[in-house]
Design a protein around this ligand. Sequence first.
Ligand SMILES: Nc1ncnc2c1ncn2[C@@H]1O[C@H](COP(=O)(O)OP(=O)(O)O)[C@@H](O)[C@H]1O
Ligand SMILES: Cc1ncc(COP(=O)(O)O)c(N)n1
Length: 267
Amino acid sequence: MTVYKALTIAGSDSGGGAGIQADLKTFQELGVFGMSAITAVTAQNTLGVQGVYPLSAEAVAAQIESVAADLGADAVKTGMLFSADIIRTVAEQVKKHGWERLVVDPVMIAKGGAPLLQEEAVAALKEALLPLAFVITPNIPEAEALTGIAIRTMDDRREAARLLHRMGARYVVIKGGHDDEGEETVDLLYNGSEFSYFKSKRIDTRHTHGTGCTFAAAVAAELAKGRHPVDAVGTAKSFVQAAISEPLGIGQGHGPTNHWAYRQYGE
Ligand SMILES: Nc1ncnc2c1ncn2[C@@H]1O[C@H](COP(=O)(O)OP(=O)(O)O)[C@@H](O)[C@H]1O
Ligand SMILES: Cc1ncc(COP(=O)(O)O)c(N)n1
């Protein structure tokens, strides 16, 4: 039996819906062995982020080295990286271990508004990590912060995707969860020459805590199995749609998605 392995480098969400916890659940559901390097511990639940406790860049590097030295990874995903120091360390590690199937989810702000990336770290993200990304998966506000383009229309989104590709990402996905017009959510994919659109029915719900993490983790899991990025994004969109469609109804605020819905109910 071939065991595919994926490594997530991200923050811990004590509430279990986003971050490392969402990533590992998603890897598991998609049949991939999950490993983790934690960048920061957050005290968090469905009501918000109550505390952020970053680890040192050295502690992040040590976790990655341990994984690389023994297990290896078929794909790597990054989420909350918090500081420029951690970003540069992660970029060095990715280069050192020759990891090409890298999914960069440029996490900046939690849904409730708490910052998960220091403002001055955006430049490091652009310079050091973005050029290493095989797939980058910003939401609309993150794409705006990375490109400086105000995104109102699909044309703006296409322009931002072209720029992110020029900045070094091989495949660019600009997710459409924050575009709340219309009946559908549309995720845009750009491969440097053409655009593809992944659409699904917009679900009217506030239980979307962790959707971005889950989406990027599903892309990484599928890449770990050797699938083409276009197919990986298609599966990720279906996985997230199922996870949002069958809410668990736990917590008093923005509840987590249902990571086992895809396995149980399919698309
Ligand atoms: N209300 C919704 N209904 C259906 N899909 C959604 C909804 N909100 C987000 N999604 C999907 O969840 C994923 C994450 O989207 P988005 O909200 O843009 O990112 P983030 O969670 O990083 O802010 C995307 O695939 C998006 O299409
Ligand atoms: C530790 C951590 N990482 C990432 C997110 C973003 O979550 P979302 O997927 O809802 O954008 C989060 N809330 N907490």
